[in-house]
Design a protein around this ligand. Structure first.
Ligand code: NIG
Ligand code: FE
Length: 390
């Protein structure tokens, strides 16, 4: 809880210019002081972490994951390598595997993924349900997401995604009614957010509007999977409803991007999805930037479109394939992602923020973007405690 991190060659606080030869003092889990090491307060905590000239950044905030699932999708992946396009149909495969897994198995799988994310510098993570698709199984996943807090030091934000797909064989109108009726129970089970997969062949803009409007009445914050597969106007819906985030956005229009910016909707970029889907849709970051949308980054960790727990990998692809600058990408992976979760206490290292930080395996953040296949993080600190070290 009390820690002095020193020997920092370069410190990115995301609130002010980078500092050189710096130190960070964390007391009771919160940042109490940052500045040049030569000015380190005399009463700085005796528990020390010497990072030997490394670059230190705020802990990564992974704003979009589907961490709770069982099984793999090997055949779908092989078909994609052979040229088949993604249509969301594989979600049913994961629903079946997840239903067959015990609670203990699902928690072991999810906590293993969280441990890997921690080793890549993630200190906060959003976790969605969505591989249940019945009232009971969705609530089970929400309860397990809540229980996951006891298995990882990563801070969790839990999202109800009952509207992931219409379950095979169900009437879509009835299923939407069921998702809406489940919202109060989702709140009781620990959800803070509601999300809908609004896209071609999945839920329509009208269905998403109905679910999210009811979710807001139930007290949930709003997020939206928008325009991953095709242009649908879902980003415009996110603006209309004042969602905290619209995610994916491969096919966002300039008009809807402007509406998002005006409404303060954060655009969550998921470059590992674009890469894994082989869709070649790399231009939307430019559309969002030009419209003035605040950007966030996330892994979308899931078994179908992005088997990835690493935020540094998302940062690399954001720079090399989507065209973000290094500065934009690190900001999106920390402060922008925190804003997408409407959290003021994470994603930066100003005094009072949570003492969450990642020590990079480099003197400068640009080097972990350029170093392909390298290990980007050597230690991860959560709430002033070293929770992972290489
Ligand atoms: O964010 N788009 C919807 N959900 C996930 C993928 C789900 C799956 O294919 O299992 C995503 O890409
Ligand atoms: Fe997703």
């Amino acid at each position: 809880m009390n820690l002095t991190v020193h020997g920092i060659g370069r410190l990115l606080t995301m609130s002010g210019a980078p500092l050189r030869a710096a130190a960070v003092v964390i007391r009771n889990g919160r940042v109490a002081w940052t500045g040049p090491e030569s000015d380190l307060p005399r009463d700085a905590p005796p528990a020390r972490l010497d990072v030997a000239g490394a670059c230190v950044v705020p802990g990564f905030v992974d704003a979009h994951t589907h961490l709770l699932y069982a099984g793999v999708r090997r055949e779908e992946f092989a078909a994609r390598l052979a040229g088949r396009a993604y249509d969301g149909g594989g979600i049913a495969t994961t629903v079946t595997a997840t239903a067959a897994a015990t609670d203990a198995e699902l928690l072991d799988l999810a906590s293993g993924r969280a441990a890997l994310a921690l080793s890549h510098g993630t200190t906060t993570m959003e976790v969605k349900s969505g591989y249940g698709l019945t009232v009971e199984s969705e609530l089970r996943l929400l309860r397990l997401a809540d229980e996951l807090r006891t298995r990882t030091p990563i801070g969790l934000e839990v999202t109800y995604l009952g509207a992931h797909v219409v379950p095979p064989g169900r009437d879509r109108g009835e299923y939407v009614d069921e998702v809406v009726a489940t919202l109060p129970a989702a709140v009781v089970a620990g959800a803070r957010w509601c999300d809908v997969f609004c896209d071609e062949g999945v839920f329509t803009v009208e269905e998403a509007r109905r679910i999210l409007t009811a979710a807001r009445e139930a007290g949930l914050g709003l997020r939206l999977h928008a325009e991953e597969i095709a242009p649908t106007g879902a980003a415009g819906l996110a603006a209309e409803l004042g969602c905290a985030s619209a995610d994916h956005l491969e096919h966002v229009s300039t008009e809807d991007a402007r509406a998002m910016a005006a409404a303060g909707v954060v655009g969550v970029l998921l470059p590992t999805v674009t890469f894994s889907l082989r869709s070649g849709a790399w231009t939307h970051a430019g559309v969002l930037r030009a419209a003035g949308v605040e950007l966030a980054l996330a892994t979308d960790c899931n078994p179908g479109t992005s088997w990835c727990e690493s935020m540094p990998y998302a940062v690399q692809l954001a720079c090399l394939a989507m065209g973000l600058s290094v500065d934009e990408a690190f900001r999106a992976a920390t402060l922008g992602a925190a804003h997408s979760l409407r959290r003021a206490d994470i994603g930066h290292l100003a005094v009072g923020a949570r003492g969450d930080l990642a020590v990079l395996n480099a003197e400068h953040e640009a080097d972990v973007v350029a170093h392909l296949g390298g290990a980007a993080v050597t230690s991860t600190v959560v709430g002033g405690e070293v929770r992972w070290m290489s």
